[in-house]
Design a protein around this ligand. Structure first.
Ligand SMILES: Nc1ncnc2c1ncn2[C@@H]1O[C@H](COP(=O)(O)OP(=O)(O)O)[C@@H](O)[C@H]1O
Ligand SMILES: [Mg+2]
Length: 224
């Protein structure tokens, strides 16, 4: 899926080394792959490159025969909306919108009026992340609650590929387990590929495959 990916570190417009150095990675449908590694190793950069949010210097992101890198900006945006569910490290919720409105955001690009079935799905997801019936705007939620909204939103359109950046970082252990259940079970049930970046040993332990990003290189982790 990802081949020879290089993303250069740029300072004052000049390349000063590689953040990602010829990284290769495949995540099969239905598989759960975890990437760990020290802070600043390039984990977020890797997810952004796969999602087509960062343009790699070299290398290819292939998805279902589509070379994401050669798509026009508009087509790449559409590909991302139709294919990828993103859980951002900083959530990227709309501060002034409520829980359901944030979860429903991915629907509003394609629909002037959100279908009733979508609202029902959003309510079910809000329930699954323990935020059913919460009417506060996102800005007034705790970080852990915001993280759960972000995860529900990523799953809203049943994406084929879920990219989650430290999705349990703001959650206590019990909530983290419940949210991991939701992510893993949703992806397994729908045959979606799940790529998670995490420092959470409990989450990493559940992956089918564990990789470590360090010094720009991505390597298999020895069994622990
Ligand atoms: N937009 C950017 N411009 C320049 N350098 C960046 C940018 N984003 C990230 N970096 C640098 O790339 C490296 C990897 O960052 P990141 O992918 O966020 O790491 P991680 O998620 O593993 O903590 C860091 O050294 C960071 O400073
Ligand atoms: Mg990061």
């Amino acid at each position: 899926m990802v081949r020879d990916l290089v993303v250069e570190r740029r300072e004052a417009g000049r390349a000063v080394g590689a953040i990602l150095d010829r990284v290769a990675l495949a995540v099969e449908p239905g598989a759960f792959v975890a990437v760990t590694g020290p802070s600043g190793a390039g984990k977020t950069t890797l997810l952004n490159a796969i999602a087509g949010l960062t343009k790699p210097t070299v290398g290819t992101v292939l998805w279902d025969g589509v070379d994401v890198g050669v798509l026009s900006d508009a087509r790449r945006d559409r590909w991302r909306r139709d294919t990828v569910g993103l859980v951002f490290q900083d959530f990227q919720l709309f501060a002034e919108l409520g829980v359901l409105q944030n979860i429903l955001l991915p629907m509003t690009f394609d629909h002037v009026r959100v279908p009733a079935a979508a609202t029902e799905r959003a309510k079910a997801l809000a329930e699954r992340v323990g935020l059913g019936g919460r009417s506060l705007v996102a800005a007034k939620l705790s970080r852990g609650e915001q993280q759960r909204v972000a995860i529900a939103r990523a799953l809203m359109r049943a994406p084929r590929l879920v990219l989650a950046d430290e999705p349990t970082a703001s959650l206590d252990a019990a909530t983290g387990t419940r949210i991991a259940d939701l992510l893993i079970e949703s992806c397994r049930d729908s045959g979606a590929a799940l790529l998670v970046v995490s420092h959470d040993p409990a989450l990493i332990a559940r992956a089918d495959r564990r990789l470590r990003l360090s010094g720009g290189r991505l390597e298999a982790m020895e069994a622990s």
